[in-house]
Structure formats: structure tokens, C-alpha cells
Design a protein around this ligand. Structure first.
Ligand code: NAD
Length: 482
């Protein structure tokens, strides 16, 4: 294993600097040991970063260059991550708890965003609008200016890369507030920006507490656009601050996503979707498959298969899982684990039956068993609220209308899934599901290229895909009298 630097600074205006709020100890959730210290930004650091981004934007250095050149720089950020994949994955694994092989996937996923949006930098074009013989009219797509981006801890590197890649590709100067839990891996983004040679202020990457640095960034009067991924309550604060500043906002919030399993479904596809949908990243995924709504004719068979899968999952520190396998790491913190555990206990008080799991592990670190609940009623708390842990609720249905009603019966609408061999039924169900992305016969089918974002309380705006780029540009119309 490579040696991890004991102290990580913030990156503001092209320099690595200490934080005005001191330092934070980053803990390994698999052991409770210290991984390293992270500089903590205060409101003064946030102001310095926003001012630097504003200077960069107003210098036009990002927009004067030909988009293909800007795109090449963006792509090089991804190359830097791939060149340092093993070191980054180790840091990510230790600060966040996920298996090492999953951390490697995250580094590759992060690099993929730079490839995808780097390639698109030169493809954003305006259009010409016919106005008759006396005018020539055209539109141009311009960056907003300073793009502020606030990142959660569950995929810290990948989510920061998602917004940074699209922000830079469109010519915005970016200020990223990384999560106070798991901030270290984003330090590699700062190293990448420096190595690639972006101008000072083009990308500023700092960590700090949400209520301090996060709130200072969200309400800063000089930001021009806001991108937030995280919880609903924080999303409300961010959107309120954005409204007061009159800046557009993209919100990627939580979910309570459901997969509907019809009687003719391929059960191997269901089991492998459950494996990655709720037990990958210890279930700490906004688009997790946290509810499975199963035709009553196959309910018991599905529960048996899924319980067998959950029992086979090896739960241990992420750093021990070098090769991809049937394993799971720690949850990110004691607080998150205990919150999930309390939700499991409450579910049982409300009548849920444990098919498997439901306990913490009797060892150091913040581990929760892969858990499957049955006997769930749609209005129970466990079926309505996000656990953000490895906990699946299985429900029964007797007809299609009932399945769709249960699936659509929460405040969220991030993603949804349908499992059936009947394509007509699959597409008909997909149309009726109230969610931004629907997977048919494979949870997480899709990728960087496919637009992702929520209906309802899961947020608004889209990340990923071509759609996301349009969140980072504004349209200017130019009409010429001839
Ligand atoms: P969180 O809302 O507590 O924190 C997210 C980020 O916001 C962190 O960087 C935090 O420091 C910052 N923050 C907290 N309070 C703030 C404030 N008042 N002002 C400004 N910034 C503030 O969420 P979390 O615990 O990091 O992540 C878990 C939640 O995020 C889950 O609900 C999950 O579903 C959601 N999430 C959604 C997506 C998505 O793409 N839709 C992805 C990951 C996580």
C-alpha cells in the first residue's frame, strides 16, 4: 500500500493552502483509526475561492480558447486520475469504507466523466433563427461564470468529477466544496488541475463543514450557478440561498426507488440487480434499489434467493477486498450506521419481518449486515424514508395497477425498475412510473451518457448525459439588422 500524506490542503486560486477553520481528522470507518488530516475552509476561504473563480471567468481565459483545446484539458484530468488509480483508490477506500475494487471503479467512473464531457466541449452549438430579409439572427451558448458545486460523501470523487467536468467543458470557473466526511480523494482532483495546467482560479477545491463553508458558498453573491448533490433538507437550504441570489440551481437529492418484479421475470437478473442495487457501496447510493415489489406468485422464491445472496456477502474492511467479489465494506460513519440500524429496529416494531440481517457487526468499525425485510406495508417508515444503507424492503402485489401505485407512493422519484420478459408490459410500466430514470431488467442500466435526475422530492435538473451540459450554459440571442 502506498503511503498516505498525513495532511491535505485546500486548493484555491492555483495554490495549496491551509484552512481558516483549522483541520479535521478523517477517520477510517472500518477501524476508527485516523487516515489523515484535512484543511477546513471557513467563509473567508470560500470568498477567496469565489473571487479567484470570478477573476478567471472575467479574464476570458476559458472561453477565448477554442473549445476543442478546453476539451483536451478536461480529458487530461481524467488521464491523471487513471495514471494514479491505485493511490487514489486506496485513499477512497480508507476514508469512505468501500471495498478497494469498488474504489477502483469509482476512480474509473470519475475519469469517464472527464472523457465524456471533454469530448463534448466542442459540440455545444447555438442555432440561427430566420427573421426575414432584414435580419440575421443567431444564438450562442455561454457559461454562467462561477459554478458552485457542493458534494456528498457517498461517491465523493465521482460526483465531484461529474460536475467539475461539465462545468469546465462549458467554460465555467468552478468552486467545489467537498464533503467533510471523505474529503481526501478530491485532493487528487486539485493535483490533476495543477498538473494539467488549468489557469489559476479555473477550479478551486476546498473542504469544510456544510453549515460553514457549504452555506457560505451557497449564499455567496458572486456565484452564478449552483449544483448540489445531497439530502433533501440541505437541498431546501441551498435552493433557498440560490433563490435569494437569483441563480439557477441543480438539485440531485435522495430516493426510495422501487423495482417491480413481474411473475415472468428472469430471477437471476433480479438477484444480480439486488446485489448491485442495494449492497454495492453498502447501500449508500441515492439511486439504490431499496424497495422490491414482487408478484405474489413468486414472492417467496424471490425472498429465498435474495436472502441467500445477502447471507453470502462477506462483510469486512474495504481495503481487504482487492478483487471484485461478493463482499461489502463498512458504512461511512458511526452516525450513518446507527441511523440505519435504528430504522431497522423501528421497522420491526412496525411489523416488518427480518428475512436476514438487521444487526451491526460485533467488531470495530461501522458495519451493518446486509438486510432483507419482508411483511412490509407501503406506508411503513422503512418503505417511505431513505435508509441510505444495505437494507432492502420486499413487498407483494397482485396486479399491475397495485404495483405501480406502491412504486409511485413515496415523496421521491429518482429511479425505478421493471423486471419482466414481456416488453409491452415493461414499456407500459416504465411510462407510468414517476421517476427520472427507469431500468428494465438490469438495475443501473445506462451510464455517463444517460441523463440522471429526479422527479418529486428527488430534485430537479439533470446530471450526466448531454442534458447536463445545458445546466451549465445560458443562451444569448444576437439579432443583426442587415
Ligand atoms: P448532506 O445534505 O448532509 O451533505 C451534502 C453536502 O452538503 C456536504 O458537502 C455537506 O457539507 C453540505 N452541506 C450540509 N449542510 C449544508 C448547508 N446548510 N449549506 C450548504 N451545504 C451544506 O448529505 P450527505 O449526508 O452528504 O449525503 C447523503 C444524502 O445525499 C442522501 O440523502 C442521498 O440520497 C443524497 N445523495 C443524492 C445523490 C444524487 O445524485 N441524487 C447522490 C449522493 C447522495
Amino acid at each position: 500500500m502506498s503511503e498516505i500524506a498525513p495532511y491535505w490542503q485546500n486548493y484555491i486560486d492555483g495554490k495549496f493552502v491551509d484552512g481558516g477553520a483549522g483541520r479535521l481528522i478523517v477517520e477510517d470507518p472500518a477501524t476508527g483509526d485516523t487516515v489523515a488530516e484535512q484543511a477546513l475552509a471557513d467563509a473567508g476561504d470560500v470568498d477567496a475561492a469565489v473571487q479567484a473563480a470570478k477573476r478567471c471567468h472575467e479574464s476570458n481565459v476559458l472561453t477565448d480558447m477554442r473549445p476543442v483545446e478546453r476539451g483536451r484539458l478536461v480529458r487530461q484530468l481524467g488521464d491523471y486520475l487513471l495514471d494514479n488509480l491505485e493511490s487514489i483508490a486506496e485513499v477512497l477506500c480508507l476514508e469512505m469504507g468501500k471495498p478497494y475494487w469498488e474504489a477502483c471503479n469509482e476512480v474509473r467512473g470519475a475519469a469517464r466523466y472527464f472523457e465524456y464531457y471533454g469530448n463534448q466541449a466542442e459540440t455545444l452549438e447555438g442555432r440561427s433563427i430566420p427573421l426575414g430579409r432584414n435580419y440575421f439572427d443567431f444564438t450562442v451558448l455561454e457559461p454562467y461564470g462561477v459554478s458552485a458545486q457542493i458534494i456528498p460523501w457517498n461517491f465523493p470523487l465521482e460526483i465531484a468529477s461529474r460536475s467539475l467536468a461539465a462545468g469546465l467543458a462549458t467554460g465555467n470557473a468552478c468552486v467545489i466544496k467537498t464533503p467533510e466526511i471523505a474529503p481526501l480523494s478530491s485532493g487528487y482532483l486539485a493535483k490533476a488541475v495543477e498538473a494539467v495546467g488549468f489557469s489559476d482560479g479555473a477550479a478551486n477545491i476546498l473542504s469544510g463543514y456544510g453549515a460553514q463553508a457549504g452555506a457560505a458558498l451557497a449564499s455567496h453573491p458572486l456565484i452564478n450557478q449552483m449544483v448540489f448533490t445531497g439530502s433533501v433538507p440541505t437541498g431546501v437550504s441551498i435552493a433557498t440561498a440560490a433563490a435569494q441570489n437569483i441563480v439557477p440551481c441543480v438539485l440531485e437529492l435522495g430516493g426510495k426507488s422501487a423495482g417491480i418484479v413481474y411473475g415472468d421475470a428472469d430471477l437471476e437478473a433480479v438477484v444480480s440487480s439486488v446485489r448491485k442495487g442495494i449492497f454495492y457501496n453498502a447501500g449508500q447510493i441515492c439511486s439504490a434499489l431499496s424497495r422490491l415489489i414482487v408478484a405474489d406468485s413468486i414472492h417467496d422464491e424471490v425472498v429465498n434467493k435474495i436472502s441467500a445472496l445477502a447471507k453470502d456477502i462477506v462483510v469486512a474492511p474495504g481495503i481487504e477486498h482487492r478483487e471484485a467479489g461478493l463482499n461489502m465494506g463498512a458504512m461511512v460513519s458511526e452516525k450513518q450506521r446507527d441511523r440505519a440500524l435504528a430504522m431497522c429496529e423501528d421497522a420491526q416494531r412496525q411489523g416488518a419481518m427480518v428475512a436476514t440481517g438487521g444487526h451491526k457487526l460485533n467488531r470495530p468499525g461501522y458495519f451493518l449486515e446486509p438486510t432483507v425485510f419482508t411483511n412490509i406495508e407501503p406506508d411503513m417508515t422503512i418503505a417511505q424514508e431513505e435508509v441510505f444503507g444495505p437494507v432492502l424492503s420486499v413487498m407483494k402485489f397482485s396486479n399491475e395497477a397495485e404495483a405501480i401505485k406502491i412504486a409511485n407512493g413515496t415523496q421521491y422519484g429518482l429511479v425505478g425498475g421493471v423486471f419482466t420478459k414481456d416488453l409491452d408490459r415493461a414499456t407500459s410500466t416504465a411510462r407510468q412510473l414517476r421517476a427520472g430514470q427507469i431500468f428494465i431488467n438490469e438495475w443501473f442500466a445506462g451510464g455517463v451518457e444517460t441523463p440522471f435526475g429526479g422527479y418529486g422530492k428527488s430534485g430537479y435538473g439533470r446530471e450526466k448525459g448531454r442534458e447536463a451540459l445545458l445546466n451549465y450554459v445560458q443562451t444569448k440571442n444576437i439579432a443583426i439588422a442587415t
